[in-house]
Design a protein around this ligand. Structure first.
Ligand code: EPZ
Length: 415
């Protein structure tokens, strides 16, 4: 449980952790690289621990040295056990890497946050185009590439982040060339390609809609520094915004923040970006965020929708949200309503009428970013907010209570 006694005006400076959604596919990619990889700025999260347990189950050796994670690839296995697959949705991204390295793979349908149905049809159809035979049996995938993986042209019907990553991992050591049309453009895709190219891969255009991958014979481990986590940055910006504070974030990648700036500026915050830092100064009372539509990058990211909804909850007017990426990503509205927010959810649309002040209450997190939204709202609420479901928050945030306490919040974790 996280306990917050609000309200508190946040001010001060914190450093932003490495990106969870870079670390996870890059850890899967180490399966392809012979020898040792040293991953700098690797965040200390339960999702990263899960990925490390998968690597160790496959025979790799992992050791954490501060914010560095060292992976020695001594891979022997090609199966990921059900209990590990169930813990984290993104474990499906191991599929492409394992079947490329071993010629076969056995994984079960992933678990992870419940954000509506999380199909993997694009992952499966894409890998089949590269010659991977995939058989579904009892919720598990039996995959084989008897003749090796053959490059092909794959056009994604939706720019799926995970499917793009799975394709890159399957194609990087394949025969021939793979072209991915309508690839996801999230910055984490470019981070994955940077690591793979440093290991000897030939991936061009990552971060754009068309990615070309010339298969190479083998890859060798290398050093790589994870990019900063843009969603964690947005979370602390929202915390400053709802508390009328002034906060500086260090070690951010300001280019990745740009698609998220509009709601902060619309609500009256002043954001100054300089080099690897960002300062946000909030007004005493936020104005509403007019219209938030989540879209694939470089549109407004779905992962930042929950924490911006917490800002809208205390804005001086009505805000409209349209969630276009996931079917069920408004579960945090229930907790926000418990804190006094006025929110009406109709399918993909949520209408938020700002209130003057939220009131602390016991609430429950149902997913990672929804939990972060409840923390943000608790900082602005008068009185005590107790948030159950901290395990979801720990999946993506390194010591969120410690960081917020550094900024002046009265917050702590309790069993
Ligand atoms: C990644 O998930 C991120 N996770 C998510 O962050 C993020 O919300 C999402 O991309 C969108 O940006 C990681 O990178 C580990 P998608 P992913 O495939 O790859 C549908 C967080 O909080 N779809 O782009 O699962 C899917 O149902 C997490 O850090 C299919 O229909 O996202 C969803 O509606 C939450 N079939 C949409 O596409 C498929 O085969 C976007 O999914 C695959 C996806």
């Amino acid at each position: 449980m996280i306990i917050i006694d609000g309200p508190a005006e946040l001010c001060g400076e914190i450093s932003i952790q490495g990106a969870k959604n870079s670390a996870l596919p890059i850890l899967a990619a180490t399966v392809l690289c012979k020898g040792q990889s040293v991953l700098h700025n690797c965040p200390d999260l339960t999702d990263v621990e899960t990925a490390v347990r998968i690597l160790e189950h496959l025979g790799c050796r992992c050791a954490r040295e501060g914010s560095d994670l060292v992976v020695d690839n001594a891979m022997t296995g090609c199966e990921v056990p059900q209990e590990l697959m169930r813990e984290m949705r993104s474990s499906i991204v191991f599929l492409g890497a394992i079947v490329s390295r071993c010629g076969e793979a056995r994984l079960c349908f992933p678990g992870g946050c419940e954000l509506g149905p999380r199909p993997i049809d694009l992952h499966i159809s894409s890998l089949q185009k590269l010659g991977v035979e995939i058989e579904e049996k009892g919720g598990c995938l039996q995959c084989r590439a008897p003749g090796g993986i053959q490059g092909a042209y794959v056009s994604l019907s939706f720019p799926s982040v995970g499917a793009t990553e799975n394709l890159m991992l399957a194609a990087v050591c394949s025969k021939g060339t793979t072209i991915i049309a309508n690839a996801a453009r999230e910055p984490e895709i470019a981070d994955l390609a940077a690591y793979l190219n440093r290991c000897g891969g030939r991936i061009y255009g990552a971060g754009e809609s068309c990615v070309i991958i010339d298969g190479v014979k083998e890859l060798f481990g290398s050093e790589h520094r994870m990019m900063p986590d843009r969603i964690v940055s947005a979370t602390y910006m929202a915390a400053a915004a709802v508390t009328g504070g002034s906060v500086t974030l260090r070690d951010v990648d300001n280019a990745h923040i740009l698609p998220m700036l509009s709601p902060f500026e619309e609500s009256g915050c002043e954001v100054r970006q300089m080099g690897g830092s960002l300062n946000i100064m909030a007004p005493r009372r936020l104005m509403p965020v007019k219209h938030i539509r989540t879209m694939p990058y470089p549109g407004f990211p779905t992962d930042a929708q929950p924490v911006v909804m917490s800002m809208a909850a205390v804005g001086s007017g009505t805000s409209v949200f349209v969630e276009n990426i996931f079917e069920n990503r408004y579960r945090h509205a229930e907790g926000l309503q418990r804190l006094g927010a006025k929110i009406k959810v109709e399918g993909k649309v949520a209408i938020v009428e700002g209130v003057d002040r939220l009131a602390g209450a016991p609430v429950e997190a149902w997913d990672l970013r929804g939990g972060a939204a409840l923390v943000v709202a608790g900082l602005a609420a008068r009185g005590r907010t107790e948030i159950e479901g901290v395990e979801y928050i720990r999946r993506g945030y390194e010591d969120i209570a410690g960081n917020l306490a550094l900024l002046g919040a009265r917050i702590r974790e309790a069993d």
